[in-house]
Design a binder for this molecule. Structure first.
Ligand code: AMP
Length: 384
């Protein structure tokens, strides 16, 4: 079987051709700079490039595009409509469009990718897999904001949560690394990429997560601030005269590690600069790690204990320094790292807890494309 996995962003399309039976990637790549100088003009021509790259004439694995059995699209926001993946129909597309204002950076480009793929591969079943769906199990006490209730009831203003596709991959791999037992555990998963979130899991199901209505709430990220007093935002709008579009820019593009350091959104640069004595980079690192530590404590309280802590995504998988700094002082919860195992753990799934510590601590490499490919196959099989 061959499933084409597409992740369409505002200026890029990431793709992987997966064989879900073996779990292998047959081809992978990214077309960037869409709509920018020196790049392709639009998502249609970018998808054309992807399909050309997959063909044997260009060194790809396909003699003919008809060998693709299904297409799986990553869609960030499924709102209240979707608690699982869905076969793309005009009605499903309409409902994804309805969710677009909730994820203005993510859903519109995903829709562009979907429309173009349906145009060029009309005979192949296509499926949307949602990042929000995994969090449908979060109870009301954790997903309702204490705003006037009608905003929740009438307008769907609530916590949805994100990184659900990654969480599906990570929970499954963590369970395998542990030799089973996740279903009985109280667990916290920290997905630390350019976007970052942390999720509390009871018995493998999400019961709380740090991102909210949008992917802005919670942890410090590359360019997003995470939690901020909403009053601070009102102050900036009222007293400093920023309008909604300017606030959007500040909160999505100019904050987080970049805003604090004034230098970079990349944790590698922050670590290097902090080590070299740059004060603002040091502050950015401190704020990032402190916020994470605070959330781990909060979720241990929400769960009534903690058995497992998992680190994943770019920073979580690759930075022993961040993992060590976050876990510092969490001994009272039973979190204690094996320093050597932590330093060694990069890329492959590993247990980095000290021998005898109460909480298992895992580093797990997330594989979102595999989950999208498998979900796509399952939805297509059900629809037949
Ligand atoms: P992701 O969004 O999961 O691809 O993660 C991207 C982020 O991971 C980058 O912005 C980097 O900050 C971070 N990252 C990747 N490799 C390392 C590393 N070796 N040490 C620290 N951070 C890293």
């Amino acid at each position: 079987m061959k499933v084409l996995v597409l992740n369409s962003g505002s200026s890029s399309i990431k793709y992987e051709l997966r064989d879900p039976d073996t779990g292998t990637a047959l081809a992978a790549g990214e077309i960037g700079r869409i709509g920018e100088a020196g790049g392709l003009p639009d998502h249609g021509s970018a998808l054309g490039s992807v399909l050309r790259a997959l063909r044997a004439e260009a060194g790809g694995p396909l003699a003919d595009l008809s060998e693709v059995d299904a297409v799986g699209h990553r869609v960030v926001h499924g709102g209240s409509h979707f608690t699982g993946p869905a076969l793309l129909t005009p009605d499903v597309i309409r409902r994804i469009e309805e969710c677009a204002p909730l994820a203005p950076l993510h859903n519109p480009p995903a829709l562009l990718g979907i429309r173009e793929a349906l145009k060029v591969l009309p005979a192949i079943p296509q499926v949307a897999v949602f990042d929000t769906a995994f969090h449908a199990t979060i109870p009301a006490e954790a997903h309702v904001y204490a705003l006037p209730y009608e905003y929740h009831e009438r307008y769907g203003v609530r916590r949805y949560g994100f990184h659900g596709i990654s969480l599906q991959s990570v929970t499954r791999k963590a369970d395998a690394t542990l030799g089973g037992g996740l279903a009985e555990m109280k667990a916290v998963v920290a997905h630390l990429g350019n976007g970052a979130s942390i999720t509390a899991l009871a018995g493998g199901r999400s019961v709380d997560t740090s991102m909210g209505l949008t992917p802005l709430e919670g942890l410090v990220m590359g360019t997003r601030p995470g939690d901020v007093d909403p009053g601070a935002l009102l102050y900036m709008m009222r007293e400093l005269g920023l309008d909604a579009a300017q606030m959007d820019q500040v909160l999505n593009k100019e904050s987080g590690l970049l805003g604090l350091s004034g230098a970079s959104n990349d944790m590698r640069d922050i670590l290097e600069a902090a080590t070299a004595g740059d004060e603002r980079a040091g502050l950015a690192l401190d704020v990032y790690c402190y916020r994470l530590r605070k959330y781990i404590g909060a979720y241990a309280a929400a769960l009534g204990g903690l058995d497992l802590l998992v680190f994943t995504a770019g920073v979580g998988e690759n930075s022993p320094a961040v993992r060590a700094k976050v876990c510092e002082g969490l001994g009272f919860l039973g979190i204690e790292l094996d320093g050597e195992a932590n330093t060694r753990a990069c890329g492959a799934d590993a247990d980095i807890a000290a021998v005898g510590a109460d909480v298992r601590v895992l580093v797990v490499a997330t594989d979102e494309e595999r989950v999208i490919a498998e979900e796509t196959v399952a939805v297509v099989a059900r629809s037949r």
